[in-house]
Write a protein that binds this ligand. Structure first.
Ligand code: NDP
Length: 320
């Protein structure tokens, strides 16, 4: 006898600020949401130490604590949070259709609505010294962590819009910012490059890559290599920011949802609607520009409201 497949109203994939905020709203709307946490329960914020820019925490809060509190808040209204990874989906094209998901390659689940909040993963260089010092001065988010390096010397790696924007941001807080660009030109837009060039305390180094991050427990310096001359130089720094891009976690939705050429899910206008009826996307998985906990939470709220309205619309059609 085959096991009966569980059917739910609202499946939320991902457990960052977007997923949990969607859960809070969906639970309060009686959609009885089920959250599957993914491999990194709590999302990117669990790798951050102090969160100082989320409204409502005047003294700041550490990332893991904030995520536990968001989970508890979602559970208080009846959200079921399950540890598990959604490994494949079959999204319906029909309005009112049932979407299917498989968890951990084994358990099947059916859902009337799906909220995708699987986030994006910051890319790192992959050097052992960089990995060892993550959380000890190596960060992938200047807006989140730059403040802790006020008045200090830092470095940033990357030549895209993110790196240019973050270098400019850091230049206003820090004493000196050394910017490492691996080619002889930046990928960033001209406007962003002008801002970098206009900042007096950004030391822009082209053809330069990280050789090693120096320090045992915390960052104390940086060995950098000129990839044309081979020359290695060491500078003292206390913070290293990696800004070489993010990868949206959208692999399992490829071929089913509309995405841009870098894999971010495309949502309709000001809504969180995807191209499949009843499937919504919130947080970093659909936003490469803002990528903040508070903006992710905001779109999580929108996704739950969109899901609720969608179900109400279906119900109204059935009863008329
Ligand atoms: P991008 O992919 O645009 O740029 C990545 C940068 O990192 C490139 O300079 C790349 O070098 C460099 N890089 C990649 N891998 C390595 C490595 N291993 N070592 C050293 N350098 C490396 O990513 P962004 O995050 O900057 O931007 C993503 C998207 O978001 C873009 O479309 C951007 O326009 C957009 N964006 C827009 C903003 C705005 O409009 N305000 C702000 C931020 C982002 P190379 O060029 O040699 O490949």
């Amino acid at each position: 006898m085959s096991e009966q497949i569980e059917r739910i109203k609202c499946l939320i994939i991902g457990s960052g600020p977007a997923g949990y905020t969607a859960a809070i709203y969906a639970a309060r709307a009686d959609l009885k949401p089920v959250v599957y946490t993914g491999l990194e329960p709590g999302g990117q914020l669990t790798t951050t130490t102090e969160v100082d820019n989320f409204p409502g925490y005047p003294e700041g809060i550490d990332g893991p604590t904030m995520m536990v509190q968001l989970q508890q808040q979602a559970e208080r209204f009846g959200t079921e949070v399950r540890i598990g990874m959604v490994t494949s989906v079959e999204l319906s094209d029909e309005e009112g259709g049932i979407h299917k998901a498989v968890v951990d390659n084994t358990k099947e689940i059916e859902a009337e609505t799906v909220i995708i909040s699987t986030g994006a993963t910051a890319k790192y260089l992959g050097l052992p010294s960089e990995q060892r010092l993550r959380g000890g001065g190596v960060s992938a988010c200047a807006v989140c962590d730059g403040f802790f390096y006020k008045g200090q010397d830092v470095a940033i790696v990357g030549g895209g819009d993110t790196a240019a924007e973050e270098a400019t941001y850091l230049s206003k807080i820090c004493n000196k910012v050394t910017m490492l660009v691996r080619r002889d030109e930046m990928r960033a837009s001209k406007a962003m490059q002008h801002r970098v060039n206009a900042a007096k305390n950004i030391d822009l180094r082209y053809n330069t890559e990280v050789e090693e991050v120096v320090g045992d427990m915390v960052v104390e310096g940086l060995k950098m290599k000129n990839n044309v001359t081979g020359e290695i130089e060491e500078i003292p720094i206390t913070g290293l920011f990696i800004a070489i891009g993010h990868k949206p976690n959208t692999e399992i939705f490829k071929g089913q949802l509309d995405m841009d050429d870098t894999g971010y899910i495309i949502t309709e206008g000001k809504t969180t609607e995807t191209n499949k009826p009843g499937v919504f996307a919130s947080g970093d998985v659909q936003d490469k520009d803002y990528r903040q906990a508070v903006t992710a939470a905001g779109t999580g709220c929108m996704a739950a409201l969109d899901a609720e309205r969608y179900l109400q619309g279906i119900e109204a059609k059935v009863t008329t």
